[in-house]
Design a protein around this ligand. Structure first.
Ligand SMILES: *Cc1c(COP(=O)(O)O)cnc(C)c1O
Ligand SMILES: [Zn+2]
Length: 416
């Protein structure tokens, strides 16, 4: 089907073309490789009508995803709700606010299901027998679940201080889980060596160009769900900085295909935790290059101190007229609670980062109050409960007697 839609890979820096193989770095300039599509072919086969006829999952945009045959892994991933968040809008003092809610992504409650289904479907096309990843948690859950469901042997490498929930939520699928005594960046470095030596498909290393394209579906869905329209502002959490780049690519591809108005502009904002903010720190200092950091934050899923796409993420924020900001752990927790209390959506720490940054940017006047805003919720709060345990404490506990309840209830609420 989409065979002719993908021409191959291309170096983002020098433009050198490469065949469709498990490659990720340009051998001439060490630039990252990207999937190169033939948009003339795609324009002939993919129309809005065609998309609307297809099942509501991310594969309705399959010509814009880099697999040659129908997907074999993660066939039902995607099409999570875009929620009109009126109560949260009121709390923030803005007019039009939406939450793209990947906290309910199938099957592992984070947007990583999108990148993993593309990466693993591609790994199967390439003939890999073992798949693996270096992960800050959500990727581990998703690789383990999706690979196991597809019968693929899988290895998952994580920093060994990860949230218990995310470790258990990986082990349960029968994955080989390897904890590494070190930061994510050290895990990643080790995995590059393992990939070279063992010849496995590391979804976010040697098949990263294909993997990363899966994030575009998060953007495509927002545009379709807004009625084939781009929002004026979108706030995106950043770890390696890939998602934010792919949201920009999604918008530009839909413009290229005439699915949304070419003249609409979207300002794209990146969000990080202050305890791991190499990209936003560079953006705020108006510097193109970022300085790697050693992460220290409760937002562990975003704790990448040396982000692979950090440079390009900075470019996206600058070129789109957006900005970058970061928030403290206290602000993250407060925002997780604010979203839960106003919208009934319990985001993970990364969602607290995104909402906290949105709030800050509105207060700074960088995001105007009268234009459409989308907040990207990329993961589920049930996976990062550790962050809240101390904050919320224990609920009130009483004897099973009406008199005991009478003592604690707000009497004004009784209907007599
Ligand atoms: C991985 C992850 C991100 C960021 O992804 P990048 O593409 O690496 O920037 C955001 N939110 C959550 C919950 C994640 O797990
Ligand atoms: Zn190159």
């Amino acid at each position: 089907m989409s065979e002719q839609c993908v021409k191959g890979l291309k170096c983002r820096e020098c433009g050198k073309a490469y065949p469709k193989e498990a490659l990720h770095v340009c051998e001439y300039c060490f630039g990252p490789l990207e999937v190169d599509y033939d948009y003339e072919v795609i324009a002939k086969v993919l129309t809005k009508e065609k998309i609307l006829e297809r099942p509501q999952n991310m594969w309705r945009y399959k010509e814009l995803l880099p697999i040659d045959n129908d997907p074999t892994v993660g066939k039902q991933v995607g099409f999570t709700p875009l929620v009109k968040a009126d109560r949260l809008a009121e709390a923030l003092g803005v007019k039009e606010l939406y939450i793209k809610n990947d906290a309910v992504s199938f099957p592992t409650l984070s947007f990583k299901d999108r990148v993993v289904s593309v990466a693993l479907s591609k790994a199967v096309e390439f003939g890999f027998k073992v798949v693996a990843c270096a992960s800050t948690g959500n990727l581990a859950n998703s690789v383990a679940a999706n690979a196991s469901a597809a019968g693929l042997e899988n290895y998952v490498f994580i920093p060994d201080d990860l949230e218990q929930t995310k470790i258990l939520g990986t082990q349960v699928y029968g994955s080989h889980v390897v904890g590494i005594k070190g930061t994510y960046d050290e895990v990643n470095r080790l995995c590059s060596e393992i990939a070279g030596k063992y010849g496995w498909a590391f979804v976010n290393i040697n098949i990263r160009p294909y993997y990363a394209e899966g994030s575009k579906s998060f953007g495509f869905e927002i545009l379709e769900q807004l009625g084939w329209k781009a929002p004026k502002h979108i706030v995106v959490p950043m770890a390696g900085g890939s998602l934010i780049c792919k949201i920009q690519k999604a918008i530009s591809e839909f413009k290229k295909l005439g699915f949304i108005d070419k003249d609409d502009t979207t300002a794209i904002y990146g969000a990080q935790a202050t305890g791991c903010s190499p990209i936003t720190t560079a953006v705020k200092a108006k510097q193109e290059l970022f300085k790697p950091v050693k992460p220290d934050t409760i937002a562990k899923s975003l704790a990448i101190g040396n982000p692979a796409d950090g440079y390009y993420a900075g470019q996206v924020m600058r070129d789109s007229g957006g900005w970058g900001e970061d928030v403290t752990d206290e602000e993250i927790v407060a925002s997780m609670k604010l979203m839960a209390e106003t919208e009934g959506i319990f985001p993970e720490t990364a969602g607290g980062v995104t909402l906290g940054v949105t709030k800050k940017l509105i207060e700074q006047g960088r995001i105007p109050r009268d234009e459409s805003i989308v907040i990207s919720v990329t993961g589920n709060g049930l996976k990062t409960m550790d962050a809240l345990v101390e904050q919320l404490g224990k609920p009130v506990s009483i004897d099973a007697k009406l008199a005991a309840f009478d003592e604690i209830v707000d009497k004004s609420k009784a209907i007599v």
